[in-house]
Write a protein that binds this ligand. Sequence first.
Ligand SMILES: Cc1cc2nc3c(=O)[nH]c(=O)nc-3n(C[C@H](O)[C@H](O)[C@H](O)COP(=O)(O)O)c2cc1C
Length: 316
Amino acid sequence: MYQVRLAPMCGVTDHVFRGICAEMGCAQGYTEMISAMGYLCAPGQRAVQDLMIRGPQEKKLVLQLFGREPDVVSEAAARMEALGRFDGIDLNMGCPAHKIAPSGEGCGLMRVPDVAEEMMRKTVRAVSLPVSVKMRLGWDRDHMNAVDLARRAEDAGISEITVHGRTREQQYSGEADWEEIQRVSESVSIPVLGNGDIFSAGQAVSLMKKYRVAGVMIGRGAMGNPWIFRQIAELSRGEAAEAVSPADRLAMIRTHYGRMLAWKPKQIAVREMRKHIGWYIHGLRGASRCRAEINRTEEPEAVLRILEELISEGKD
Ligand SMILES: Cc1cc2nc3c(=O)[nH]c(=O)nc-3n(C[C@H](O)[C@H](O)[C@H](O)COP(=O)(O)O)c2cc1C
């Protein structure tokens, strides 16, 4: 049985979207990454509280933390575990962002493996939940140390590792290297999940068959496409993957919109929904004209009318 997960994505995988993916069969999601230091300094801050909401539809939810200092990260993990809301703690060792990695957080930890190891050991000791790690292949092509870090992780008591098959230097360019992901997987006995460039259910299933991994984590391929989780389950059972019709897309947008409006003030919900709608309608005839119109529209009902027109025009 392969594990199929929704990747953490800042600004995308809030509890509403994770809930939708869970309803489509995704067994486990992750919070967007949360700063350990930010939480310890201001645990009641609205932005942090929002990131920690667990939606009613969610199945397993893992809290993802980022930070630079082992003591800070392990203490934040212990305090957040006490909320009783999460099924695991994930340590971010993969974020390549300019505001994060160069200061030794996210993928920056891969440059200081002793610190990364200390963080893993301290966090495992500080909590009783399983602790996992998400990493890249290394900082750059000359420093591909994911195998070394994975071995340290196993030794530190980490329960599971996800490897995004790129280096920090690559950011999101080039292609994810699944051979290298497999090399990491074969170097440890704890489960290793592969991540990178899965944009269809067929691709997910063939990668899981081809490479020795415990499962896959899907990020961008789930944007506007939560059905990917249902389709992976269908294909894994040997069934055909049920196609997604434009009407299915509209119905999903309605659900997503309704839940966002129930959570956030209208103005904010309308703005945040624009990007999701863009992803949901991607590839439909007339989508770009429709997107431009939606980006000028402030009323949810008006937005839905524009989408209804797009769908009915597509039927001609
Ligand atoms: C918009 C965006 C935000 C992301 N935020 C996070 C994050 O908070 N934590 C994390 O570990 N990775 C984050 N990632 C990386 C993804 O989890 C994933 O590793 C990456 O997108 C590669 O997988 P994919 O090809 O399936 O998208 C983010 C990626 C994107 C595109």
